[in-house]
Design a protein around this ligand. Sequence first.
Ligand SMILES: *Cc1c(COP(=O)(O)O)cnc(C)c1O
Length: 390
Amino acid sequence: MKLAARIGQVPPSLTLAIAAKAKALKAEGIDVCSFSAGEPDFDTPAHIKAAAEKALQEGKTKYGPAAGEPKLREAIARKLREDNGLCYNAENVIVTNGGKHSLFNLMLALIETGDEVIIPAPYWLSYPEMVKLAEGTPVIVTTDASGGYKITPDQLRSAITPKTKLFVLNSPSNPTGMIYTPEEIKALAEVVVENNIWVVSDEIYEKILYDGAEHLSIGAIGPEIFDRTIISNGFAKAYSMTGWRLGYLAGPVELIKAATTIQSHSTSNVCTFAQYGAIAALEGSQACVEEMCQAFAARRQVMLDRLNAIPGLICPKPDGAFYMFPDISQTGMKSMEFCNALLESHQVAAVPGIAFGADDCIRLSYATDMASIEKGMDRLEKFVREKTLG
Ligand SMILES: *Cc1c(COP(=O)(O)O)cnc(C)c1O
């Protein structure tokens, strides 16, 4: 079969391969500690489930508008105004099948052959692949631990060419957990405005912050950057709703209309009764978000203390999300070799950094219970000591 050339450019997900191997070991009855989760380990809060159940019982089981239930679009616009200082209305918002789908709609609506999209590495693994599927060119800018894995305004400026269309910003970041300070965001916004490019801000982890860290949405800085900003967000991480497939894209009406056209011919509306759960998530008490953050904060401290006590690993302290991204280069191994050996010899699942464009690192998720963290860190420590001491 001769498949389309566009698919030949896109590798299957590496993270899924390790996760599948971990699952297979578990199925054999082997006790695996998994730090590979890309989702919160909590159940969806009860009031959100109840709202979706009620909508289901009430017969909200038909097609709805492709851009989303009007009431949800209103609630999202209000959230963006009140939480983020972004002056959007319902017409600036489209409800999508998750934050991933928001970004995919955006790439299809904005990017064409020859367009360059600037992506700082380490990056969320789907960004470059989505750009390629839209027949654009990902331009990867490598950042390092000394700079907190953050792109500097100079790096951004140097990467811009006449073909640059879009810059992808993700703070807090998956995989590093780093966040850009308000000053850093302002400096990047200046470069975006000066060069008249677009920025998409993936804010899926905005609620998962530690030690008083502050999230500033780049579009809130002023009218000039607001006009060049697109926001991607969703319900998966903040409300532990990964399987619900609910996200949104916000931006200029022209873009939202284009994304709606794409959606109307591809997926149609997001599951109608699920959208009522999303309304409850936004309009109900936010205490559930706070509770999950507190649980993550305690685990983060334990994992970080344990990592820092392992000679040979270097891990900057993350301020958000639920990941650690230690550098493993002192062990002499690259990330795939490290993760395969760790899983096979000590039954700990981690994600190789090469999946995120950083082959000297691994990603550890602490979206798992404290006992598993302690046990897994014992094993990781033993593994690294054996490898480095020979
Ligand atoms: C999880 C995640 C998303 C979106 O996930 P959905 O489940 O599609 O809402 C987007 N960006 C990053 C960086 C993520 O980690």
